[in-house]
Design a protein around this ligand. Structure first.
Ligand code: ADP
Ligand code: NI
Length: 214
């Protein structure tokens, strides 16, 4: 596959997400692209495949683009229009379809390249940026930051996870604190440890302030 496709995909995604502020903006894709490249190089994966899947991983997102989600129409047509052969289109679409966290129904990607992309996407959901994205998402969806009487549901199925409209603090227990143990590659495991500790310290501080312990 020709490396020029990477520059074309960058331009395509940048334009597509220009007016998107819900936590899936262009800079999210750019951070995932960079982290995925770093992980792929360290893990010996096919870098161009990983980069292309990272760039396209949100263009048919279930929430952002429900009408193209099922058939991954945006990714498929971008790749086909730019002359990518069908077997590679399938490989990239498979990686994208395996990326998402969906509670206990989340999957371990079937290829090393998929593992790199999934880890990179998850690294961007944790740490300082992960905290910021969670509260931006909560605000965007009119969610309470926290409610002391609403407990997190720790083992939701795909259906339950998708329907859930819990508080943002619960999201940390329901997804974000689980991600470090779910990282596929040693490279991402290493990076995620510090980010996980930072998020846990943040939530501990948040609850201390809330409860008047500080
Ligand atoms: P991705 O697959 O890119 O991780 P998602 O669509 O699951 O993305 O979520 C986008 C961002 O919004 C992530 O940072 C995620 O943690 C956050 N997010 C998703 N659902 C919630 C929620 N219920 N409450 C708070 N933040 C959320
Ligand atoms: Ni993403």
């Amino acid at each position: 596959m020709n490396k020029e496709i990477i520059a074309l995909a960058m331009a395509y995604v940048k334009e597509k997400f220009e007016n998107e502020y819900s936590g899936h903006d262009w800079f999210h894709t750019l951070r995932v692209f960079r982290a995925a490249t770093r992980i792929a190089e360290a893990e010996g994966a096919d870098v161009v495949t990983v980069q292309l899947a990272a760039l396209l991983h949100d263009v048919d997102d279930r929430k952002l683009s429900p009408e193209t989600y099922a058939e991954q129409k945006n990714a498929r047509s971008f790749l086909a229009e730019n002359g990518v052969e069908e077997s590679v289109v399938c490989e990239i679409c498979r990686i994208i379809s395996e990326v998402s966290f969906v509670g206990s129904d989340s999957v371990v990607p079937s290829t090393l390249e998929g593992k790199c992309v999934q880890d990179a996407d998850r690294l961007d959901a944790i740490g300082a940026i992960g905290i910021a994205r969670a509260f931006a998402y909560g605000g965007n969806h009119n969610r309470l930051m926290y409610h002391p009487d609403i407990a997190p549901k720790l083992n939701m199925s795909r259906e339950e996870y998708i329907k859930s409209n819990s508080t943002t603090v619960n999201h940390f227990y329901e997804k974000l604190f689980k991600l470090t143990d779910m990282m596929n590659t040693d490279t991402a495991k290493q990076i995620s440890k510090e980010r996980d500790a930072y998020m846990k310290a943040f939530i501990a501080e948040f609850l201390d302030e809330w409860e008047g312990r500080k």
